[in-house]
Design a protein around this ligand. Sequence first.
Ligand code: HEM
Length: 344
Amino acid sequence: MICETAMGVDIDLTHMAEYRLAILEMGQIIVHIIQRPWFYSGILQLLYFLTPTCYRGLLTSRFLRKYSSNIIKRRQDTFKVDSTGIDKSGYKKRRRFAMLDMLLYAKNTDNSIDDHGIREEVNTFIFEGHDTVSSCLGFTLMLLACNKDVQDKVMEEIKYSIPNKTDKITFDILNNMKYLERVIKESLRLYPSVPMFGRRTSETVTTYSGYTIPQGTEVMIRVFDMHRDPKIYPDPEKFDPDRFLPERTKERHPFAYLPFKFDPDRFLPERTKERHPFAYLPFSAGPRNCIGQKFALLELKTVITSILRNYELLPVDTPKTITLIVDLILHTRDGIRLKLVPRI
Ligand code: HEM
């Protein structure tokens, strides 16, 4: 999906399997390095270049570079811009362009991006745009299989929104499926595809709990743990999509939480119930948040709706039987098994 929509290139899924394995390998290598800070500087940094991990990393990144270069080349071959800057091979004919088209257009017309820059963007989009969604899809299907009442409610919404089996799933229909949206949000609370991410502080920060973090410090934001904090989410292990009902997710502007602001009303009973806007961060926050979150939601709704229209989900694995592993993206050690029973 991500290659076809963002790159305008249809991908042979057999090659995609190789790419997925390489991405998994790369994720594990990066986590391996993050966990060994002694390799970051000094003589040990040189020793790192002699390790098998470093060698594996070089081979894998070469494979990944070749893969994305190939995608760019395939699109470039069909995307030719003449001197007026208008593409003759479809730029005018098509109503919308893939993201890669725009990058190629920028490169070909005013050189505002070079090949290296394009490859970086393509890598980011393919990486951020596939494993995150498949991780969330796997966990959401497991949660639906384990919670029959929730699955039935989603099915009711599907039947109401798409009454005939032959009806097409449209953008508007998906946008109006609010219960399914709450299910996906709750699934991303329990199993955030990106379980933690890093930031470097641009200024000295005092946290709400009173710690001082100096400027220039690398900090990890542990979304997984925050999403299971009972102070923010009572009974945190419980899968409860209604946590995301509009009346239960009333948010205040983050500045309203500033500790030095004199505001006695902050202790009003109805206000103490409000959830801090940054207490739910599956897509991160701030200027570098996820650019693809709306697209991801549409993809997830499309796939889940298509599966549920045809199959009932029964549990095999449950939240108690799966083993989560440390990776850049949240994965399980042995996959997630469930049963699909055709709907008559
Ligand atoms: C459930 C699905 C997804 C989740 C949970 C997710 C999560 C995230 C998170 C947490 C970040 C920020 C990391 C950080 O702050 O360091 C991020 C960045 C990003 N995501 Fe997603 N993502 C998802 C799907 C997608 C999709 C489908 C696309 C592409 C269409 C996409 C494109 C990107 C890009 C390009 C960035 C980098 C933005 C930047 O650095 O400025 N993501 N994503």
